[in-house]
Write a protein that binds this ligand. Structure first.
Ligand code: FES
Length: 385
């Protein structure tokens, strides 16, 4: 029996893809060192992007299948001048719509047009609370503009989620980051410790915090939670490298999330395309229903039927579903292995070594690499490190 046949037998029919993530473009004016877009993002330029009519069809098909939330993301989704049209259609279909943006391109005119289109919610990203580091990490001068966009979001009456990717270089500013979000009137602040995929994986040895830094940051976050009470909700997403606990990645492979990349490739998570031996369908040749229910790419790691040791006999296998498939590939060179952040994984030493190097202040072998079309061609992911 082939693996594919074995997984097909074990897999229960999936529920609907509740969350549709429309990555409408990889174009982006920023150059963040922790970007989760694939390293080879430049191969999907403007000419490869799905046209408006295809995106509108994808929205209709996903909604008919039961999707309820739609995130418009990228790259920078405001790079698409048909964004308002897509959001209007998503709103008409009954989606709860989110825009995930760096803020670059969100003028007063576009904000008014997005409001009229029915956009429900904006997530604005900052890189830091200081102009110097925000602008360094994104390799742009955008700190002042982001402040203005924060005010514009509030002036339009949108609830604001502020998102800051946390890592070794900005984690000691956590107090100022929370104060900045509070001053801008954010309702939610996501302090998302960097996950080490794509550009963040390439730059991991610069970005991994120490245990002490994490402990301090969590304590400061807890103090703010008391001070803020209901004024702002703080989400501190702990890093799995340090926790030693595999996360139930994407809430289960092909369980809740459906990501469509700019060229129409459908993925269970935004980095899955790098996994070897898997064919992922495209919305230009398959319906969203076929993709979600029948495709090999979405069925391969659903449930627990694909597992091998140590996952298959682990009492936590239903809880964590073996952790993250992309991380298993990046760190163990095998997407069907136990996630190496788990102490039971035979590859756990790779994770321990990375954390120990960060504790010891080891100097990374390579300078920071910025997300940039020219670097997109120059680097491949360092698999197995
Ligand atoms: Fe791809 Fe976790 S990021 S499965």
């Amino acid at each position: 029996m082939t693996n594919m046949a074995a997984s097909a037998v074990a897999v229960q029919p999936p529920g609907p893809p509740l969350w549709l993530l429309a990555e409408v473009t990889y174009r982006c004016p920023l150059h963040c060192v922790f970007c989760y877009n694939p390293l080879d993002f430049a191969a999907q330029g403007k000419a490869q992007e799905l046209p408006t009519a295809d995106w509108l069809r994808v929205l209709r098909e996903a909604r008919a299948l039961g999707a309820v939330q739609c995130g418009f993301s990228g790259g920078e989704p405001l790079e698409r001048d048909d964004l308002e049209e897509m959001i209007a259609e998503a709103h008409r279909l009954g989606f709860y719509t989110n825009l995930l943006t760096s803020g670059v391109g969100l003028t007063a005119q576009r904000a008014a047009a997005l409001k009229a289109a029915g956009l429900d919610h904006i997530q604005l990203s900052f890189q830091d609370s200081t102009r110097e580091l925000n602008d360094f990490l994104s390799h742009t001068k955008t700190f002042g503009l982001k402040q203005q966009v924060g005010e514009l979001i509030k002036a339009n009456g949108w609830p604001m989620v502020m998102n800051v990717v946390i890592h070794r270089l900005n984690i000691d500013h956590i107090d100022r980051i929370i104060a900045m979000a509070d001053a801008l009137g954010a309702e939610y602040l996501e302090l998302a410790n960097s996950q080490y995929y794509s550009w963040a994986h390439l730059n991991r040895d610069h970005l991994l915090p120490t245990h002490d830094q994490l402990k301090r940051a969590e304590a400061i976050t807890d103090e703010w939670r008391v001070k803020l009470a209901d004024r702002m909700k703080l989400f501190f997403v702990a890093p799995d490298y340090h926790e030693g606990t595999p996360k139930k990645c994407m809430n289960g492979w092909g369980n809740v999330f459906l990501t469509i990349t700019p060229d129409g490739t459908a993925l269970p998570c935004h980095t899955a395309k790098m996994l070897p031996g898997l064919a992922f369908p495209n919305v230009q040749t398959s319906s969203v229903r076929e993709i979600w229910q029948d495709s090999e790419g979405f069925n391969r790691f659903r449930g627990t039927g694909w597992m091998k040791e140590p996952c298959v006999s682990c009492p936590d296998k239903e809880k964590d579903l073996g952790g993250c498939r992309c991380q298993a590939f990046l760190l163990a060179n095998d997407p069907a292995a136990a996630d190496p952040v788990c102490p039971k994984s035979p590859h756990h030493g790779v994770v321990k070594a990375a954390v120990e190097a960060s504790e010891a202040g080891a100097v990374p072998v390579r300078p920071l690499v910025f997300r940039d079309p020219k670097n997109s061609k120059a680097f491949v992911s360092p698999v197995g490190q």
